[in-house]
Design a protein around this ligand. Structure first.
Ligand code: FMN
Length: 454
């Protein structure tokens, strides 16, 4: 059973109120705190102290994607334990409440005070009369997820064989038995990672439905996955599943048309919107493909590198043959291309470029896939609201889109962190005006996209 922080706040408010009433009236109010037994009082006092731990001032500063979620962070004896101070902070920045539990080997690498500071909660280093493993991961446990990061070869092996002889393995045994999601982030030398038993154990854990994140094989080390990747996987495991089992393909950023082997013709699109759409679709459980001329590098998201408008159109069309539910065309695809010179064009003199129009990606996709949900973007400059909406409505209809997001990029959009968009769907006259961070806007667009699926 979770103890929502709200309940705790109410309790402290009550106590403060009681104290105030006593001061103001000189009369003693019924002392509600006395209804608590000693253990409850100690617990509330403990919670109160931790609630105001300065480390928690960052709570929810990045997003509220994990608000109301309790994550138990199991730390084992890998040198990568030094990385999880920042991981705990990232989970808190996205709204999670984090409690750490450490093995003895982990305590030789990282002092529990570092994780007490990072999480704002006392660290569990051994189990006591509170049966912490049951309190957090039992059938009615407070936790939503047990995240073991880093996970040593030793702890992975123990979990695979049901061995329970450290604080972390006791949490794992309890979480597995109660059906609580368990996520494991291995970290070790590559030589350890290649051991047949380790490979077999990880395969076994996957077959039990345990999420395995990473590792990244670099410099002869099976390195702990990046914090950004772990947080994304936690958000996917605990978040809204509105796109689960759906396939979403997203084009992003700018394209580049070759003028010669060195020079390109491109535009100012940064790819931030496309990236946020891909991350948000992934958080919502989708199978995501991102087509762009950039690199995101998150193992859950499939990326296809393309450069020109023609390459982007060809790759999206061939990819769609494998079956997708949603296409989001967020890339600023070049409208014009050139016949590239095979040699570097000599500099110095005046140069006249002859440009020809590119193929229209959305038009070709719609012709081939009449039932696909297609979402487009319309960027205009220096037009008033009415003109922008009229042009967006014409594109929506002409290109047979399901939804269009229109913006005046002179105000914001290209390369900015925030944006302002108008969303127009096929329902006449229904316009949604949204503004904020590109992450927030991506969440709204994907919520609309999920609603468009049959
Ligand atoms: C400095 C140091 C770094 C270590 N790094 C790793 C590691 O990255 N991965 C791993 O599997 N074991 C690593 N070990 C070995 C484990 O600490 C050892 O297997 C220990 O028994 C693990 O216990 P635990 O799984 O209960 O934490 C390291 C040991 C030391 C001393």
């Amino acid at each position: 059973m979770k103890i929502p922080s709200k309940d705790f706040k109410d309790q402290t408010d009550q106590t403060n109120q009681t104290a105030q009433n006593q001061e103001n009236s000189g009369q003693r109010e019924p002392d509600r705190v006395n209804t608590m037994d000693d253990e409850d009082r100690q617990r509330a006092a403990g919670l109160r102290a931790e609630k105001f731990h300065p480390a928690l001032w960052i709570e929810g500063q990045r997003s509220s994607s994990l608000a109301g979620k309790t994550v138990v962070l199991g730390v084992t004896g890998s040198i990568a334990a030094v990385r999880v101070v920042e991981l705990a902070r990232e989970l808190i920045r996205n709204g999670a409440e984090v409690h750490a539990v450490m093995t003895d080997a982990a305590r030789h690498i990282l002092h529990p005070d570092a994780l007490h500071y990072a999480t704002g909660n006392p660290v569990i280093t051994e189990l006591g009369g509170r049966v912490e493993h049951v309190e957090f991961c039992g059938l009615q446990g407070r936790a939503d997820l047990l995240l073991i990061a880093p996970a040593t070869a030793n702890t992975i092996g123990k979990i695979a064989y049901g061995i329970d002889d450290t604080a972390v393995t006791s949490f794992a045994t309890t979480a597995l038995g109660s059906g609580m999601p368990l996520m494991i982030v291995p970290a070790m030398h590559e030589s350890m990672y290649r051991h047949p038993a380790v490979i077999e154990n990880i395969t076994k854990l996957k077959s039990w439905g345990i999420f395995i994140v990473g590792p990244r094989l670099e410099e002869g080390i099976a390195k702990i996955a990046a914090n950004e990747e772990v947080v994304l996987e936690v958000e996917r495991a605990l978040g809204n599943k509105s796109l689960e089992k759906r396939r979403v393909i997203i084009t992003s950023g700018s394209t580049a048309e070759s003028l010669d082997p060195i020079r390109i013709l491109t535009n100012r699109a940064s790819g931030k919107t496309g990236k946020e759409l891909a991350l948000e679709a992934y958080r919502r459980g989708a199978d995501v493909t991102l087509v762009h001329r950039d690199w995101l590098g998150l193992s859950g998201i499939r990326e296809i590198f393309v450069e020109s408008a023609a390459e982007m159109t060809d790759k999206v069309l061939s990819e769609l043959e494998t079956g997708y539910d949603i296409l989001i065309s967020a890339a600023a695809i070049a409208d014009y291309t050139a016949e590239p010179s095979p040699e570097k064009i000599k500099s110095g003199g005046e140069l006249v470029l002859r440009l020809k129009p590119t193929r229209k990606l959305i038009k070709e996709c719609r012709e081939k896939y009449p039932d696909l949900v297609i979402i487009g973007f319309k960027a205009e400059t220096g037009v008033g609201r009415e003109e922008l909406l009229e042009r967006a409505a014409a594109t929506l209809e002409g290109s047979k889109l399901d939804l269009i997001a229109a913006n005046d990029v002179e105000k914001s959009g290209m390369g900015t962190e925030d944006n302002e968009l108008y969303l127009l769907g096929t329902e006449k006259g229904k316009i949604r005006h949204i503004s904020g961070s590109k992450r927030k806007l991506a969440a709204i667009i994907l919520e609309e996209a999920a609603g468009l699926l049959k």
